[in-house]
Write a protein that binds this ligand. Structure first.
Ligand code: MLT
Length: 327
C-alpha cells in the first residue's frame, strides 16, 4: 500500500512537471528578452547581434533588446550571462573569443564549458588586416617590412585580450615573429574611430566592421583572412596571396543562454534563430558585410557545443605556446 502511494505521488509529481514544462513552452516568451553583446555598440559583434535579434523577435513575438557589456576581451559580458537567471530571458551572442578566453584567462568567473546552454551558430566572419589611410605601405609585404622596421612605435588596436582582433593580431605578430605595441579598446567600434582619426596605425578586424570603410577608402586594406577573395572586396588580396601562406582566421559566432535555462526555451530560441538565418534581409545584409548565415544544421545546440569544444582544444596549445595569458 505504501509503495503504491509513493508511486502515485511520483506519478502525480511527474505529471505536474510535464504540465508545467508544457505550460512554460506554450507561454514562452511572455516578455522582452535581453541579448548581451560583450563588446561596444556599433562594432562587428553588435552589428551581427542587432540584425539577428530583430529577425528573431518577429518569430518569437517578443522583442530581443541588445545590451552591450564590453570589457576584458568579452569575458565581462559572458560572465554577466553565466550569472543571469536561467529563465529564458537572457542570452549571449559571442564569438571565437568564447573559446580563446577559456585558455587566455586562467581565473575566469565562469566555467566556459559548463556555464551555458547552447542555442546555435550564427555566422563565420572573415577578418581583414587594415590600417589608417595615410600609412605608407601599399601591400602586405610592404606592411610587414614596415612593422618590422618600426616595431617599437607602430600601434595595433584590438578589443582586449580574448577578442577576435586580439587573436588575429597575436597570430600576425607570431607569423612575422615581431611583437608590436597593442592598444586595447572595449570593442573595435571605438577602435575604428581612432583608426579613422589616425590615432592608431593598424588593426585586424572583422569584415562586418571594415567593409564599408574599405569600400569608402577611409581606411587602407592589406589582406582578407579568408581562403579566397571576397565578392564585396574584390581588390583586397588574401593573406596567402600577400605572402602569409597559412594565415586564415574565421570568426564564428554563437548564441548561448545561462546553464539550466529550460529546454523548451532553448529549443524555441534555436527555432527562431533558424528562421532568422533564412530571412532574406538578414542574408542580404550579411552578404553586404562579407559574411553569410550559418546553415540550419549549424544553427542548433549540438553544433554550437561541438564547435566550442573543438575550438577550445584547437587554440589551447597555440595560446600556451605564445605564452600570452590575460591573468
Ligand atoms: C567587437 O564587436 O568589437 C569585436 O568583435 C571585438 C573583437 O572581438 O575584436
Amino acid at each position: 500500500m505504501k509503495i503504491l502511494k509513493t508511486m502515485l505521488g511520483l506519478g502525480a509529481a511527474f505529471a505536474v512537471t510535464l504540465s508545467s514544462a508544457a505550460a512554460f513552452a506554450e507561454g514562452y516568451p511572455e516578455r522582452t528578452i535581453t541579448m548581451v553583446v560583450p563588446f561596444s555598440a556599433g562594432g562587428p559583434t553588435d552589428t551581427v547581434a542587432r540584425l539577428v535579434a530583430e529577425s528573431m523577435s518577429k518569430d518569437l513575438g517578443q522583442q530581443i533588446v541588445v545590451e552591450n557589456v564590453g570589457g576584458a576581451g568579452g569575458t565581462l559580458g559572458a560572465g554577466r550571462v553565466a550569472a543571469a537567471p536561467a529563465d529564458g530571458y537572457t542570452v549571449l551572442l559571442h564569438h571565437i573569443g568564447m573559446a580563446t578566453s577559456a585558455t587566455l584567462y586562467r581565473k575566469l568567473a565562469y566555467d566556459t564549458l559548463n556555464a551555458f546552454e547552447y542555442v546555435g551558430l550564427v555566422t563565420d566572419v572573415p577578418m581583414t588586416i587594415v590600417a589608417r589611410k595615410d600609412l605608407e605601405p601599399t601591400d602586405l609585404k610592404g606592411l610587414i617590412d614596415y612593422m618590422k622596421a618600426n616595431k617599437d612605435t607602430v600601434t595595433v588596436a584590438n578589443a582586449g585580450i580574448g577578442a577576435a582582433s586580439h587573436l588575429c593580431g597575436m597570430l600576425l605578430m607570431s607569423a612575422i615573429d615581431t611583437p608590436l605595441v597593442t592598444v586595447p579598446y572595449k570593442g573595435t567600434g571605438p577602435a575604428m574611430t581612432d583608426l579613422l582619426g589616425g590615432q592608431v596605425d593598424i588593426m585586424c578586424d572583422q569584415t562586418t566592421n571594415t567593409t564599408k570603410q574599405i569600400q569608402g577608402g577611409t581606411i587602407k586594406a592589406y589582406a582578407v583572412t579568408s581562403p579566397a577573395r571576397l565578392d564585396v572586396l574584390p581588390d583586397v588580396p588574401t593573406a596567402a596571396e600577400g605572402g602569409l601562406a597559412d594565415f586564415q582566421v574565421g570568426i564564428w559566432h554563437g548564441i548561448y543562454a545561462p546553464k539550466g535555462t529550460p529546454t523548451e526555451a532553448v529549443e524555441r530560441l534555436s527555432k527562431a534563430l533558424q528562421v532568422a538565418l533564412k530571412d532574406q534581409n538578414v542574408a542580404a545584409r550579411f552578404a553586404e558585410l562579407g559574411t553569410a548565415p550559418s546553415s540550419e544544421a549549424d544553427a542548433t545546440p549540438a553544433a554550437l557545443k561541438a564547435k566550442l569544444e573543438s575550438e577550445i582544444a584547437r587554440w589551447k596549445p597555440v595560446i600556451e605556446a605564445a605564452g600570452q595569458f590575460a591573468d
